[in-house]
Design a protein around this ligand. Structure first.
Ligand SMILES: Nc1nc2c(ncn2[C@@H]2O[C@H](COP(=O)(O)OP(=O)(O)OP(=O)(O)O)[C@@H](O)[C@H]2O)c(=O)[nH]1
Ligand SMILES: [Mg+2]
Length: 420
């Protein structure tokens, strides 16, 4: 392997990009808390990717830290099955001239199958398509790949819809993807727009191989690799390892094999994949959460409008008028012309008419607030007062929710009006 490639692969697959499991779990927990808080407040459709992530990550982390699930993905005929067989050094997955050849995923496990079976159950690879690469005949040859679970996927550009669905499902689960392209179709739009671009947050777990390199004149190979690199940069995949392979020649997969050995030894791919998934989900949630704190809703004219409206429905204006009337009434009764004061007693005290207590008369008069609530006959709020309160509450809620992403602003208003 050339030192240049070693350096690039090393740089892309390790170094600064180590993922600390504790940090990853803390981030996943934060997403779970967000989902708990948002439950019932935000449209479910916008939360599906976050729910899927939490569920998938929990399962993947619980299943196995010792295995690295790597998928060979690509267009039909690019040579995925040929590479799969070449890496396994066995003819496990049929290679054909009729396209497409591979209809369902095949798996090869390096190391005991037992440990990987639960992982393969989860990925949905059928037991009859699972193979083991561990035999006494191999000696130590294959030990560097122990822990690798290699998947040969169907073609993603298939005329068969079921193939595409299978590919899309598995691409959501695997730890690392090796995109296999060939000299004829490496620039096809579908692989770049529908797939590679979608993986730009998974650069750390993406590898691209230009297979069938033997079909190119040696002088052409660097030019095609440069062109492919340019396309990958445009896909947002700058810096991902790009290797040339020849599946029909054992020496043509040396770099790929060495890269996979390193990946398996590091046991980082599963964590990096999930970290990339968290990045994607968090970016998708940004429009639901990224908002500056709003102005204090208890400030300003909207709040004083609410105060007036609340006072209206509570009957404060009626009580205030009665207090004013009672004050005059009682003042006149106690200071007026004694000869006519008895005539005044015949008129009703306005406060008493509302069954509001007068001044304490001494002795144990009980809790004045309680007696007030029990005895008051302050008139019920009118329809106009109720509607004014509704409007005032809405105005405060709108003010409080201004600047929040749409669903939250609506949720604040709904919560504010829920007890009216
Ligand atoms: N010369 C050459 N031929 C190759 C190479 N890799 C694959 N082929 C041939 O290309 C054809 C397709 O290979 P497959 O491995 O079946 O391709 P695939 O990507 O699995 O195709 P599907 O299963 O249909 O998606 C076969 O005839 C292979 O022999 C290579 O590196 N060099
Ligand atoms: Mg195939």
């Amino acid at each position: 392997m050339s030192p240049n490639i070693v350096g690039r692969v090393r740089e892309a697959l390790r170094g600064d990009q180590r993922v600390d499991p504790d940090v990853l779990i803390a981030r996943l927990t934060a997403v779970r808390w967000f989902l708990d808080a948002a439950d019932g407040q935000l449209p479910d459709t916008q939360l599906v990717p976050a729910h899927t992530l939490v569920e998938r990550a929990g399962t993947r982390l619980a299943l196995s830290r010792d295995h690295t699930v790597v998928a060979l993905a690509g267009a039909t005929g690019s040579g995925k099955s040929s590479l799969f067989n070449a890496l396994a050094r066995l003819d496990l997955s049929p290679v054909g001239v009729r396209r497409p050849t591979t209809g369902v995923a095949h798996a090869c496990v390096w190391g005991p199958l037992d440990g990987a079976n639960r992982l393969l159950d989860w990925t949905g690879v059928l037991p009859r398509h699972r193979f083991v690469r561990e035999s006494a005949l191999d000696g130590d040859d294959e030990s560097a790949l122990h822990g690798l679970v290699l998947l040969d996927l169907p073609d993603f550009d298939s005329v068969q819809r079921s193939h595409r669905l299978e590919v899309d499902r598995l691409l959501g689960l695997v730890d690392l993807v090796v995109w296999v392209v060939d000299p004829q179709k490496y620039a096809d739009r579908v692989i770049h727009t529908s797939y590679l671009r979608e993986f730009h947050r998974h650069r750390d777990v993406t590898l691209v191989v230009l297979n069938q390199a033997d079909r190119l004149p040696p002088a052409e190979l660097p030019r095609v690799l440069d062109d492919l690199r340019r396309l990958l940069d445009a896909d947002g995949l700058g810096g991902v390892p790009l290797l040339a392979t020849t599946a029909v020649d054992p020496s043509g997969i040396t770099d790929l094999r060495a890269t996979l050995e390193r990946t398996v030894a590091e046991r980082q791919a599963a964590l990096r994949r999930l970290a990339g998934d968290v990045d994607t989900v968090v970016a998708g949630l940004a429009e639901l959460v990224a908002a500056e704190p709003t102005a204090d809703p208890t400030d300003g004219p909207t709040a004083s409008g609410l105060g007036r409206a609340l006072a209206g429905v509570a009957g404060v204006p009626a009580v205030a008028a009665a207090v004013e009337g009672a004050y005059r009434h009682r003042a006149a009764a106690s200071t007026g012309w004694p000869l006519v004061s008895s005539w005044r007693h015949l008129r009703h005290d306005p406060l008493r008419r509302l069954h509001l207590p007068g001044p304490p008369t001494g002795g144990d008069a009980g809790d004045p607030a309680e007696s007030l609530v029990a005895a008051t006959s302050v008139p019920d709020p009118t329809a106009a007062q109720r509607s004014a309160l509704g409007l005032a509450v809405r105005a405060v809620a709108d003010h409080a929710g201004a600047g929040l992403p749409d669903p939250w602003a609506a949720a604040v208003t709904t919560a504010a009006r829920s007890r009216l």
